[in-house]
Write a protein that binds this ligand. Structure first.
Ligand SMILES: C[S@@+](CC[C@H](N)C(=O)[O-])C[C@H]1O[C@@H](n2cnc3c(N)ncnc32)[C@H](O)[C@@H]1O
Length: 230
């Protein structure tokens, strides 16, 4: 696999994934298609996550999965591990479930509506928490990470992407954009707390995990980092 882990998908791969999100009818709503296409073409998130998960076949729990784009990226990459995506947004879960079934992924993929402020399903394997931590308060973040660490099986990975709480220009842009996304209705939830590098590092290292931090913002103006622990 020669794809870069720090650049967005090349156009033909972005189109191959986004095509699944086209409406069944030619006059149907194309919002999900254009949203996924532009995200996949501009954001290096998924190539970075695929690189982190490659080499383990442990089931993946995707916390705050949205439409389940990670599932589609995994399958494009030839990663066939079982996938469980959960999100608070029932409409995204409904659309994500339908699209995964249309792609023939239903045997090894399932989705459920879950509010991470209240809890999360039991799991053993890898855990992905992508652009979600900021929607939980600091206490819920710590509790979620403690349980995610306990879910890891040998060889499995905890893969987090998050904006980090700091005073950089990128940090400020991330905070303002997340608030605008809520105000304009793109995101139902309000960001509550951005984790700090020090806080994540100390919790993950205290659990005996090897932790790797690297910037993963590509050409975006955001303060996004990929944190891989295992
Ligand atoms: C920026 S999107 C990221 C979606 C997906 N992880 C991705 O990277 O494409 C944030 C997601 O977190 C979900 N979310 C926010 N608060 C949540 C909560 N309390 N419980 C579960 N999901 C939540 C939102 O509904 C949204 O789908």
């Amino acid at each position: 696999m020669t794809r870069s882990a720090t650049a967005p998908f090349p156009p033909h791969e972005a189109r191959a994934i986004a095509r699944a999100f086209l409406p069944a009818h030619v006059l149907g709503n194309r919002y999900d298609y254009f949203y996924t296409l532009s995200k996949l073409r501009s954001d290096p998130l998924y190539p970075g996550v695929l690189d982190a998960l490659r080499g383990t076949s442990a089931p993946v729990l995707d916390l705050g999965c949205g439409l389940g784009l990670l599932l589609h990226a995994l399958r494009l990459d030839g990663q066939a591990m079982p996938y469980h995506g959960v999100d608070i947004d029932a409409d995204k879960i409904r659309r994500g479930t339908r699209i995964a079934a249309q792609c023939g992924f239903e045997d090894d993929a399932r989705f459920a509506v879950v509010d991470l402020a209240d809890g999360w399903p039991p799991h053993a394997g890898s855990v992905a928490i992508l652009d979600v931590l900021q929607y939980l308060d600091a206490e819920a973040q710590r509790a979620l990470l403690a349980d995610a660490i306990a879910m890891l099986t040998p060889g499995a990975k905890l893969v987090i992407r998050s904006g980090l709480g700091d005073d950089s220009r990128r940090g400020r842009t991330t905070r303002i954009t997340d608030r605008l996304a809520h105000l304009f209705g793109w995101m139902q939830e309000v960001p509550k707390c951005y984790p700090t590098r020090e806080g994540l590092q100390s919790q993950l290292a205290a659990a005996g995990l090897h932790v790797d931090f690297r910037p993963l913002y590509g050409n975006t103006p955001f303060n996004n980092w990929l944190i891989v622990a295992g």
